[in-house]
Design a binder for this molecule. Structure first.
Ligand SMILES: Cc1ncc(COP(=O)(O)O)c(C=O)c1O
Length: 398
């Protein structure tokens, strides 16, 4: 589906699959759904959608009620609501309000931060496999993208990242990592921050932290280190379609990010839903447990049936199909079960989002059927490069 109805025809044809594709992503923000649905499918109603790390529970009841209650005032900007949310987060995290700009999702500050700190002279250093959005932004800035394999325990290999990024402008750490759902220790992140090249920053993306037992990096923000932290209401809080995210960092770092945009008004529905979610005592623990119980149930089933996977602390995990990932993704889609993508570095793994218990039972049934069917061919031919779906077209970035 086209995401921007105002694009002219000539601009559309510019977004082609050619070598000019990297120019096409310039200034574009690449989001999880663009990456998840790089094949532009139109799933039939009732499909199992476990491809984009969405939360099937949606917003909590008090967030839904807050949205309904504020709707009659939708004709107003109500900027005081932004202040209320900023103050609530600042108080919770123990930082000053000017350390906490809120945005319509965390993709926006992610993109702007990468734009601000990478350039043809300053590289972007990330884990492999790792969340791709920042790689698109860095590519658009003409920066070298350095992908460093995870350690054998699936943590970010901070020493290898430092060695490979002596010219780095930004080190991207995802905690827990997307797509593996694995953790990097706080001491390793601290080591990265202490030993990075001058002028660079560490961007810690805590989109999925609420699902895990990871130690947040917020203490390094409080200590005024060269760290920007991202959080989102899209995952545990179930507000991906409502759009609310936060960047936390020293105001002088955030100021650099603003060179590339920001400052727009937030939708008031997102603000009140986020504020209500934060006031819901016990919500994080409740949802963390729901996700963990379903995830561990799937892990138990996979173990019992002899399938290999990477143990995760998030709402997604990597499943090793031992067959070309594309073949499995397509066979599952033919059964209306839409699973996540593969990363070129792990050509037989697919990313699975943890859905509801019923959804995961349907996933298990379809997966068993697919794995018991004869493989289409034996050769594993990994897809190269990074792909996203821009305006209904499949575009390769690098
Ligand atoms: C690691 C990571 N960071 C950031 C985001 C962006 O989420 P949003 O813009 O919905 O806050 C996502 C989305 O899936 C993600 O996986």
């Amino acid at each position: 589906m086209a995401t921007n109805g105002v694009l002219s025809k000539s601009r559309r044809s510019f977004l082609s699959l050619s070598a000019a594709a990297s120019a096409a992503v310039a200034l574009r923000i690449v989001t999880e759904p663009m990456l998840a649905r790089a094949r532009d499918h139109h799933p039939p109603a009732g499909s199992i959608m476990i491809d984009a790390n969405e939360n099937p529970l949606g917003p909590c009841t008090s967030a839904r009620e807050a949205i309904v209650t504020i709707t009659p005032q939708g004709g107003r900007y109500l900027d005081g609501l932004t202040e209320d949310l900023v103050n609530a987060i600042a108080q919770m995290e123990g930082v000053k309000p000017d350390y906490v700009p809120v945005h319509a999702g965390s993709t926006v500050p992610l993109h702007h931060t990468v734009c601000a700190f990478t350039s043809p002279q300053r590289s972007y250093v990330t884990a492999d496999p790792g969340f791709e959005a920042g790689m698109f932004s860095a590519t658009a800035m003409g920066a070298r993208v350095v992908k460093v394999p995870l350690t054998k325990n699936y943590a970010h290999d901070v020493k290898a990242m430092l060695a490979a990024g002596t010219d780095a402008g930004l080190f991207y750490v995802c905690l827990p990592n997307n797509p593996t759902g694995t953790l990097t220790s706080h001491s390793d992140i601290e080591y990265l921050v202490e030993n990075k090249p001058n002028g660079s920053i560490v961007l810690v993306d805590e989109a999925y932290i609420h699902f895990s037992d990871a130690t947040s990096t917020v203490d390094l923000v409080k200590a005024d280190k060269d760290v920007i932290l991202l959080r989102t209401f899209s995952k545990l809080y179930g507000m991906a379609g409502i759009r609310c995210g936060v960047a936390l960092g020293r105001p002088d770092l955030l100021e650099k990010m603003y060179t590339y945009g920001g400052g727009n008004f937030m939708p008031i529905t997102a603000l009140v839903a986020a504020s209500a979610s934060l006031k819901h005592t016990g919500l994080v623990a409740e949802r963390k447990k729901i996700n963990a119980d379903i995830r561990e149930g799937v892990f138990h089933w996979l173990d019992s049936n002899g399938y290999s996977f990477v143990r995760s602390q998030s709402n997604c995990f990597m499943l090793d199909t031992k067959r070309p990932a594309k073949e499995i993704i397509e066979a599952m889609a033919a059964r209306n079960v839409f699973i996540g993508r593969a990363w070129p570095v792990w050509p037989t793994h697919v990313r699975i989002t943890v859905g509801t218990k019923l959804e995961m039972e349907k996933f298990q049934m379809a997966f068993q059927e697919v794995m018991r069917s004869k493989p289409a061919h034996n050769a594993i031919t990994p897809e190269r490069g990074l792909w996203a779906n821009l305006d209904g077209r499949r575009v390769r970035a690098i």
